[in-house]
Each structure stands twice: as C-alpha cells, then as structure tokens.
Ligand binder design. Structure first.
Ligand SMILES: C[S@@+](CC[C@H](N)C(=O)[O-])C[C@H]1O[C@@H](n2cnc3c(N)ncnc32)[C@H](O)[C@@H]1O
Length: 273
C-alpha cells in the first residue's frame, strides 16, 4: 500500500494555523467556529453538506455520533456546536488528530468532541453505543470495503443511521488508472456506484436514500481549482511556493479525474433496522 502522506492534501497538517494567522489569529487565541469552518472542512461544500447530514439523519442533543476519518475534526465540531451531540472524531493520521484536538479546545467544544487517533479497522469500542455514524470522503481510503462496511453496521445501535459521502469509480475508470489513484488519492477501496449500494445492503443496511454526486462534485472541484489559481499570490504569501504547488497539484488531479469520469461520487443514507 502507498503512504497516505503521498497524497499532497495531507502533507502538512499544521498549515491550517497559517491560514488562521493570516486572518488575524495568534497562537493563544480562542477561535470563532465560523472563522475556523472556512478552513477545517476537507470535503465538498463545507458545512452546507454537514448541515444536510444533521437534518437527513436527525442528529440531536445527547446522540452518540462517530465520524470516521475526521481529519482536523471540522464536521465533528460543526455537528457538536449545532446539536450538542457527543461526537467521536476518529482519525488515522496522528498529526491531523492532534491539530484537530487543539482546534477543538480553542473553540471550547472539548466537552462534546473527543478526538481518537486510530485506524478504523482497529477501532474498538466496549459498548456499541453509536446511534449515528457519519463520514466524508474517508471510507474509500480504507482497504477491505466489505470488512469495514460490516464494522460500520456492527458499531451502530438498532435503528442507528449512517450518512456517507464518498468517492466511487467513474464511468470511464480503467484498471490502468488504479496505480495513479492509489498514489495521488490514496484510493484503497473504490467501487462502482451500484456495487457500493450492494455492499451496504449485503451487510444488512437498509438504504434510505442515495444520490450520484459525480457531476456536482466535478463542478465544485473545477471551481475550487480556479479560485485557488486566481488567489495564487496570496496563497503563496501564506503557505510558500511549495505549499501552493502541493495543493494545486492535488486540486488539479481531483478536478481532472472528475472531468474525465475516472472517479465519481456518492451520498448515501442507510439505517440499521
Ligand atoms: C478527505 S479527509 C476528510 C476529513 C473530514 N471528514 C472532513 O470532511 O473534513 C479523509 C480523512 O480520512 C482519514 N482516514 C483514512 N484512512 C483512515 C482509517 N483507516 N481510519 C481512520 N481515518 C482514516 C484520513 O487520514 C483523512 O484525514
């Protein structure tokens, strides 16, 4: 398997502090969540998508929520602040998890959000007490889709709900793209859209809703790249030329893969009956 740090988006977990500094925050300052949310959402449409998840699976006060692949914990903090649910932000990369924990403390949400630095495949919770599981653009990183889909199912209580946004193979995917996707996107378990649904149904989930996000995310990632390029000078001032090049390379790869239909996207809502 490739190294996750080969994916250029992930090379520097501390870069978010440079963005915060650039809008006027110094190291010891408390953080306003809305300011932070401009930077801490590592998926498409930022908190808009998280708000839609809250509504779609009805996350509310005292719910026990697991976010799988939480990155800096952006979605977890937003959920906690809007709903007062208890959120476990599970993240594989130690640096992202540590930075995430720091950000959570600075926003005063530490009584609601717990950062856990673990591989989801090894994650173990004594009492299976999650009634909601959410995940944005993380599951396709994890090898062995059948195994972790089963795990998602078993970690949920009866009637528990799952909200996922994830990548899939696009219609033009060919096996010759595999090595590039593994290296540049750390893609370890991409599936065809229809197989994605089958895997979830086969472990016992009832599929409540699913939506093909491919063209929406194609437009989003194309626009994201254009905005970055238009802001090049400012971005380089904050992150340096190397920092800019890494993000531009990553945004270009993603935008091209969507444009060429090598990858696609899915939003999925399931229930454990
Ligand atoms: C694109 S980021 C999204 C982060 C967050 N969900 C968000 O939207 O801001 C996906 C995250 O999944 C994490 N991840 C990948 N494999 C994982 C695993 N096996 N267990 C836990 N987290 C994992 C990555 O380290 C990365 O931080």
């Amino acid at each position: 398997m490739n190294d996750i740090k080969d994916m250029k988006l992930y090379s520097d977990a501390y870069r978010i502090f440079k963005d915060l500094k650039a809008i006027g925050y110094s190291e010891d300052d408390k953080l306003n969540l809305e300011d932070l949310n401009q930077f801490d959402q590592l998926h498409y449409h930022g908190t808009l998508s998280v708000q839609e998840a809250i509504e779609a699976i009805d996350i509310r006060e005292n719910d026990n929520v697991l976010e799988v692949g939480a990155g800096w914990g952006g979605p977890s903090r937003y959920i906690a602040s809007k709903t007062r649910a208890n959120v476990s932000a599970l993240e594989l990369q130690r640096d992202y998890s540590e930075v995430g924990q720091k950000l959570t403390r600075k926003t005063g949400l530490d009584s609601f959000v717990t950062h856990i630095n673990q591989d989801f495949l090894n994650f173990f919770q004594k009492d299976n007490s999650f009634n909601k599981i959410v995940s944005w653009l993380a599951l396709y990183h994890i090898p062995d889709r059948r195994k972790y889909t089963h795990k998602l199912f078993s970690l949920l209580n009866k009637n528990g709900m799952l909200f996922v946004e994830d990548l899939t193979f696009g219609k033009n995917f060919e096996s010759s793209h595999k090595a590039m996707l593994e290296k540049k996107l750390f893609a370890n378990s991409l599936e065809k859209y229809s197989d994605y649904l089958d895997t979830c149904a086969n472990v016992g989930f009832k599929i409540i809703e699913h939506k093909d996000m491919s063209s929406d995310w194609g437009n989003f990632t194309n626009e994201r790249l254009k905005v970055l390029q238009a802001n090049k000078i400012n971005h380089e001032k904050i992150h340096g030329a190397e920092g800019y090049n890494k993000i531009e390379d990553f945004y270009t790869t993603v935008s091209e893969c969507f444009a060429e239909n090598i990858i696609g996207g899915i939003r999925l809502i399931c229930r454990k009956n």
